[in-house]
Design a protein around this ligand. Structure first.
Ligand code: FES
Length: 161
């Protein structure tokens, strides 16, 4: 009788132990999710995109840069591009690389001296203004600033020009 009781107690201990482990394994991620706040979506990050001294005056250049994006617990590094124009030694603008009509990638046409979208032939001036449609508005600009001779590009293309 005593041996049976011991075996029964042992089996119950094992069952309760496993039950506790399974409960802990399921509850821990839920507790972390509920109690540990995720990182807010951060896009307000300035990233270095170019050396101001390397940019030629009034000669647009497509620059490539990487931006870290935090979304919840996940941080991803994304490659982005911008068209950068140095209008004067102290004036630089950066355009988002998508046409404001339907989002095609446009390019700088050296011979004609304007940005040309190959999809529906919208053309934009050096300052991003629409020269010919169907683009409904000027090129979208990134916020930019210059620090220690480096061009820093802001979070997102603002709808302004
Ligand atoms: S997408 Fe550029 S003109 Fe249509």
């Amino acid at each position: 009788m005593k041996a049976g009781t011991d075996r029964r107690t042992f089996h119950l201990s094992v069952i309760y132990g496993l039950w506790g482990l399974i409960t802990g394994a399921l509850a821990l991620p839920a507790a972390v999710y509920l109690l540990w706040p995720p990182r807010r979506r951060r896009t307000a990050e300035w990233v270095e995109a170019a050396d101001i001294g390397q940019l030629a005056l009034k000669s647009p250049e497509e620059v490539v840069f990487r931006r870290n994006r935090a979304d919840g617990w996940k941080i991803t590094s994304e490659k982005e591009t911008a068209w950068v124009v140095k209008l004067a030694e102290d004036q630089v603008i950066a355009f988002a690389p998508q046409c404001t009509h339907l989002g095609c990638a446009y390019h700088w046409d050296e011979r004609k001296n304007y940005f040309l979208c190959p999809c529906h032939t919208s053309a934009f001036s050096l300052e991003g203004k629409v020269l010919t449609g169907p683009a409904p508005r000027p090129l979208d600009r990134f916020d930019v600033k210059v620090e220690n001779g480096k061009l820093l590009i802001g979070p997102a293309a603002a709808k302004k020009a």
